[in-house]
Design a protein around this ligand. Structure first.
Ligand SMILES: [Zn+2]
Ligand SMILES: [Zn+2]
Length: 167
């Protein structure tokens, strides 16, 4: 996943687009796993800003997720943006906000992996109106209905109910 920037370095303001097709397993590296599965498409552009090469793009792939509400595994198409600045390692100026490159190549592997790790959603829902699991029998309410009590009691009201004299 390397961009050759030999041409790009010649002129300030020059732009160069890139396009890579790879596999999620390849990005993750040996023995690691990412939340994407199968083919991944990476497109973007590198721009010569004079002192920096600005790289930005989009990672498109299929996410393997688990619904937070009904616990079902599902997949979803995702597009994750990324962007980094690169500075020539041979220049004397150190810039803590920029990554460095040397020679005529910028390797995107690391920044793509980082972008995916940062973008991993902590909570996922199979659908916005997922009905979740029945708290009593555990049935998936998206697939079936059960005969359990469907009235949900506000916990504050439940506490009050306990104070009432029992019949
Ligand atoms: Zn769900
Ligand atoms: Zn139930």
């Amino acid at each position: 996943m390397k961009i050759n920037i030999a041409q790009l370095r010649q002129a300030i303001g020059a732009r160069q687009s890139f396009n890579f097709s790879t596999q999620a397993g390849h990005i993750a590296g040996e023995g690691n796993e990412l939340w994407l599965r199968g083919p991944v498409e990476i497109t973007g552009e590198a721009v010569n800003n004079g002192s920096l090469i600005a790289v930005s793009g989009l990672i498109k792939g299929t996410a393997a997720m688990n619904c937070n509400r009904c616990l079902t595994d599902f997949t979803r198409e995702v597009a994750i943006p990324f962007g980094e600045n690169f500075r020539d390692q041979s220049t004397a100026v150190a810039d803590p906000d920029a990554l460095s490159y040397h020679g005529d190549e910028i390797d995107l592997a690391e920044i793509v992996r980082e972008a995916l790790i940062v973008a991993e959603p902590l909570k996922a829902l199979c659908s916005e109106d997922c009905r979740g699991l029945c708290p009593i029998c555990g049935i998936n309410r998206n697939d079936a209905t059960c005969a359990c009590e469907t009235v949900s009691i506000d916990p504050r009201l439940a506490a009050l109910a306990k104070l009432l004299p029992k019949k």
